[in-house]
Design a protein around this ligand. Structure first.
Ligand code: SF4
Ligand code: SF4
Length: 239
């Protein structure tokens, strides 16, 4: 009977795997080419801060973003170079935005497998030579912690919670709701809304929350989540 490949085996947080990446490997930066990297709102925030650019400019320059056909759920994907198929941030020395690289890049060569505590290796040894390095063995949990994944997971949990509980995952969403959800990616638009003097009273936001959001982009994103949650609840009642 055929044995499952590395990439097909499920892992949990306590599973161990061997992996070490370095620039001497023949596959160095090959994993940054021709890949589907879906961005979360927090990914967009970190990347645009690293690049010191606005959210709208970042989205139009570096991503393909659209409302998914059928469900209207926003999809934001890192746009690979159309000629080389390489990520716009990869150089011969590695990732140009390493400290702020997206969640998916931090997890690589691991990915989530369904819901709960299940993971899988998304790259096999034939592609990711770092998996041959048995000098460095670690648990999935230690790997995720060392890559700063937990902060990303926590922000994404907050984002997922903006959708009303009665919405079934994968079910079609009204286009208007999809557009409201997209504000989480395009925080410049949300910041414009905050400038309206009526915003605070209409949205139950106090001075302290506003001051915090104006000082710290992560707080601004959390405030946007709250705004989106309230709008979605409201629209769900009408639609
Ligand atoms: S394929 Fe694996 S070992 Fe090679 S550069 Fe990418 S992460 Fe590192
Ligand atoms: S963001 Fe960095 S790590 Fe991720 S694909 Fe691009 S260059 Fe590679």
């Amino acid at each position: 009977m055929a044995q499952p490949t590395d990439a097909e085996q499920f892992l949990t947080e306590t599973s161990s795997f061997s992996f070490a990446c370095n620039d001497a490997l023949p596959c160095f930066t090959q994993c940054c080419k021709d890949v589907n990297i879906y961005l979360t709102p927090y990914d967009v925030l970190r990347l645009r801060q690293a690049l010191q650019t606005g959210s709208s400019e970042f989205l139009s320059k570096y991503t393909r973003s659209f409302l998914s056909k059928g469900t209207n759920i926003p999809v934001v994907q890192l746009a690979m170079d159309t000629d080389t198929l390489r990520c716009p941030f990869v150089t011969q020395d590695g990732c140009q935005v390493y400290d702020d690289r997206p969640w998916a890049c931090r997890m690589f060569p691991i990915d989530l497998a369904g819901t709960g505590d299940q993971y899988r290796l998304i790259a096999g040894k034939e592609r990711c030579k770092g998996l041959f390095d048995h000098s460095k063995k670690m648990t999935v949990k230690d790997w995720l912690q060392s890559q700063g994944v937990l902060e990303y997971a926590e922000m994404d949990r907050e984002f997922q919670s903006v959708v009303p509980a009665r919405f079934k995952p994968g079910a079609p969403m009204n286009e208007g709701l999809g557009r409201v959800l997209f504000i989480a990616y395009d925080l410049d638009r949300f910041a414009e809304l905050l400038k309206d003097s009526r915003f605070a009273s209409f949205n139950d936001v106090d001075e302290e929350m506003l001051a915090l959001a104006n000082k710290d982009m992560k707080e601004l994103l959390k405030l946007a989540f709250g705004y989106i949650r309230a709008r979605m609840d409201e629209l769900y009642r009408i639609i």
